[in-house]
Write a protein that binds this ligand. Sequence first.
Ligand code: GDP
Length: 222
Amino acid sequence: MIPDAERAAEFAEAGRKLFAGSCEFIWGAVDIDGLPPMGPPEIAFAGRSNVGKSSLVNALTGRAALARVSQTPGRTQQLNFFAAGGPPGAERLRLVDLPGYGYAAVGKQKSHDWGRLSQAYLAGRATLARVFVLVDGRHGLKDVDLATMKIFDGSAVSYQVVLTKFDEVKPALREERVSETLAALTKRPAAYPEVLWTSSRTGEGVPELRAAVMKLLAEKGA
Ligand code: GDP
């Protein structure tokens, strides 16, 4: 049997390689009829507006401006698909950037639209391997995060929490933030029992996120 540490190193290296390759925007969907045909496994990114989702997608893929870093929270209301690990049409993996949720300025109607399109996508997508739910590491889980996770639990969509902006969390508090987050997830049926943390600013945690993606692909046999 291969020791865990060795496997972890293999996933980290495979992740580095995959994301060092091309990554391109392939599709934007504004309604459920506008989703791309299903293809390779998809990993989706969800989180409150301004959680640092665009920055993390950019850090993950090593692209400065793949996902737009917005100064205006809640503006992007579409599902954006990116092809990674091979050219579009022959990609190994797709990244799906879900609209940010829970920002009051978006207004009731648009929040509702987030729910409808995202929920329809989540519930009906056989190729969706996991949703990475980004949570602001400075604050931990908020009610709106828990409410969104309830939707994922209801659709039996596997999700994993990633704490963002950890450069702004004092090193002495980091372990506690991770363990309290993990503790809050234990009774959630579709939550992956491991919490990751990242900083797009320093790059910390990004190799671990890439490794988690590769482990997931390996589990899916993809
Ligand atoms: P999105 O709305 O979730 O896509 O968030 P953005 O990626 O646009 O980031 C929102 C704000 O948080 C921006 O001002 C970013 O510069 C900032 N930000 C994003 N990631 C980090 C991070 O890792 N550390 C710190 N300190 N700030 C970040």
